[in-house]
Design a protein around this ligand. Structure first.
Ligand SMILES: [Zn+2]
Length: 421
């Protein structure tokens, strides 16, 4: 009797056990694995990991599992946003000052719940969120809520409140006797800074963010803030705990100091010179150009893009970005999303191509390169052993970068969050 039943029972048991293990076989038209394109490949996912990648025929014949057919698509690693602010929304809706001063933390967190979901659905399965902008450690709580499955969202690296020098950061424009809550934490000098770096680490910051310069020059222009000695100390204190320092820097001198101190990435870098970019390349400091942020802000101020000539700030940005490419600086993709709409993250990737980066390099930047620079082991590539953070886009992104706006499938840790089927 047993002998008769076994042949019938055996395949059934295998199927049942495979389903219990959550085996999924994804079959797109092609795969971008973080480095190159493979036509006709498929991916096998077991639980939260990728277990095999290769020609679709081999994978589908060899394995049973839940098939997920994705015709007409390119499968690629979940994208990694290099610079977000989930606690901000576009400044043409509400100015930055008013968001910091007039919106309750409750409102900001509820908005953030919508923002993180929009990031995930746009194919960004990890985001590096660089500062809560006055909302303290709310970003730590949002990250934990996603981890606990309370709300859908990407994996997050968070910076907490961030650090600025006394007197440099906003909101500004108030009488000296009026105390306003700031968009970041002020700290200066050796003792104060080392304590603040450690406090932010203790509070849950994965990264230390510092503003190496800010618009506090005599004419409101960007000028350096922290001294070299202060920056060296910040990097030393953060590195001791295994954390990276990220520097907001727009001036060449601010960028030079941050580079000498050994920060991991420089954000913005608008007035960077060929000389400073060469120094960054030499010392292994990456640039997160945030092209879309300046572009958005100028349009909020009335610039009619496409109809009017480029304002001086855009002319300068195009020039410095080209110089960074020429100097061989590693470019991490990050748009400062929050300044513009969450979910519209790919706007930065389109602009990187428009400003002179090759499409393939942009694809690598937003996946494998970001993962490597941010120390995200097991992410940013479609490879056996990597986490199953996988998206599918309609069409061929290596031919048209705008395809990255057509995300039809999102998987994070083996779980499907978005699917056409
Ligand atoms: Zn920012």
């Amino acid at each position: 009797m047993i002998k008769k039943i076994l042949p019938i029972l055996f395949p059934l048991l295998i199927t049942l056990s495979l389903n219990a293990q959550q085996v999924k076989v994804l079959v797109p038209d092609r795969i971008f694995d973080g480095e190159q394109i493979h036509e006709g490949w498929a991916v096998r996912v077991e639980n939260d990991k990728i277990t095999e990648v290769g020609p679709a025929k081999e994978i589908t014949q060899r394995y049973r599992g839940i098939p997920i057919d994705l015709p007409g698509t390119t499968l690629m690693p979940g994208m990694i946003e290099g610079h977000s602010h989930v606690l901000l929304h576009p400044y043409d809706e509400v100015s930055w000052n008013d968001q910091v001063l007039k919106e309750s933390h409750a409102e900001r967190v509820i908005r953030a719940a919508n923002h993180v979901k929009a990031n995930l659905m746009a194919g960004f399965t990890t985001i590096r969120d660089l500062g809560s902008e006055g909302a303290g450690y709310a970003d730590v709580g949002i990250k934990q809520s996603i981890q606990k499955g309370i709300i859908p969202g990407p994996r997050m690296l968070v910076a907490g409140p961030a650090i600025v020098t006394t007197g440099s950061y906003g909101p500004k424009g108030f009488a000296p006797h009026v105390k306003v809550p700031l968009g970041a934490h002020e700290a200066d000098g050796i003792d104060d800074l080392i304590k603040e770096v450690r406090r932010q680490i203790g509070g849950g910051a994965d990264i230390i963010k510092v503003y190496v310069d800010y618009r506090w020059g005599p004419y409101g222009q960007a000028m350096p803030s922290f001294t070299q000695q202060e920056l060296d100390l910040i990097v030393e204190a953060a590195a001791s705990s295994g954390r990276q320092v990220v520097a907001h820097a727009a001036t060449a001198e601010g960028m030079r100091r941050a580079t000498m101190a050994g920060v991991k990435t420089i954000e913005h870098g608008d007035a960077g010179t060929l000389e400073v970019f060469k120094l960054m390349a030499q010392r292994g400091v990456a640039l997160c150009p945030t092209l879309a942020a300046g572009d958005a802000i100028l349009q909020y101020r009335g610039w009619k893009k496409g109809e009017e000539a480029d304002p001086p700030r855009i002319v300068q940005k195009k020039k410095s970005f080209k110089q960074a490419l020429e100097a061989g600086v590693t470019i991490v993709a990050g748009g400062d999303v929050g300044v513009f709409s969450h979910g519209d993250n790919a706007r930065e990737l389109e602009m990187m191509v428009q400003y002179g980066m090759s499409t393939m390099d942009v694809l690598k930047s937003v996946t494998a390169v970001n993962s490597e620079i941010f120390n995200l082991e097991g992410f940013g590539q479609i490879k056996a052993g990597f986490y199953a953070d996988i998206i599918a886009v309609e069409g061929q992104p290596e031919k048209d970068i705008s395809t990255l706006k057509k995300v039809v499938f999102v998987m994070k840790g083996g779980e499907v969050y978005k699917s056409k089927n």
